[in-house]
Design a protein around this ligand. Structure first.
Ligand SMILES: *Cc1c(COP(=O)(O)O)cnc(C)c1O
Length: 222
């Protein structure tokens, strides 16, 4: 629709977070809303920046490198989150550009990120992505390999903030969110990056600290 207004959409998503946090006796301020701006150009992103949104998520290093340096300069306080699969050979570029990396999912990437952080002396918060539904085609660390991956991440100096997951499509997400929350608790991790446009409220009631919302803020992607 041509009347689509991202700032109205932002208020609606914030309202959802507020409502779900209230149900769970949590504070809405403890939930970071990441506006997923992948495929959106500067013109689409600016209205959200204008009304104070500062956390944004991108899934490709190259795309983010093309549009964010100029936007971040124009709007101080931008916090950039990498939410898409990361190739080890782009680890250094990712560390330089992003404040937070939500897709840490295998030993080779952990090692590459550790080296990049040492070299750049910059340590973005890291979320270990878990293949929570054990889906062969999906990214994320297999559940059985999670303890070893977290140990390795600590060994090479990654600041491990928490866990991230994308539940299986078309299934009720709550059990998967609960499973991820239990795993984070077992590992003493406070961060839970879970919940997207269709399940923000469910994720927040189950303890999400970071929700990643694209469609509900920008409309359907082309
Ligand atoms: C695109 C994407 C999102 C946002 O999905 P919407 O359904 O558009 O809210 C969240 N997380 C990841 C990892 C994504 O790639």
């Amino acid at each position: 629709m041509s009347s689509y207004d991202p700032t109205t959409a932002l208020a609606a998503v914030r309202q959802q977070i507020q409502h779900a946090a209230g149900l769970a006796r949590r504070k809405a301020e403890d939930v970071t809303l990441i506006a997923v701006s992948k495929t959106q150009d500067a013109t689409a992103i600016q209205p959200l920046l204008e009304v104070g949104q500062r956390h944004f998520g991108e899934n490709r290093v190259q795309e983010a490198a093309g549009k964010w340096p100029a936007l971040a300069k124009a709007y101080p306080g931008v916090v950039l989150h990498l939410i898409g699969q990361l190739q080890s050979n782009k680890a250094e570029e990712a560390v330089a550009l992003f404040d937070s990396i939500h897709s840490v999912d295998r030993p080779s990437l952990v090692t590459a990120l550790g080296k990049a952080m040492d070299r750049l002396d910059k340590r973005p918060d890291c979320f270990v992505q878990v293949n929570i539904g054990d889906e062969p085609q999906k990214g994320g660390c297999p559940i059985a390999e999670l303890p070893a991956l977290i140990t390795l991440a600590h060994e090479v100096g990654l600041p491990v903030a928490g866990l991230m997951a994308i539940p299986p499509a078309d299934l009720e997400p709550a059990p998967y969110f609960a499973l991820l929350a239990a795993m984070a608790r077992d590992h003493g991790l406070a961060g839970l990056s879970m919940g997207m446009s269709s399940d923000v409220e469910t994720a927040v009631t189950i303890g999400a600290t970071h929700v990643r919302v694209g469609t509900a803020l920008f409309g359907a992607r082309a």
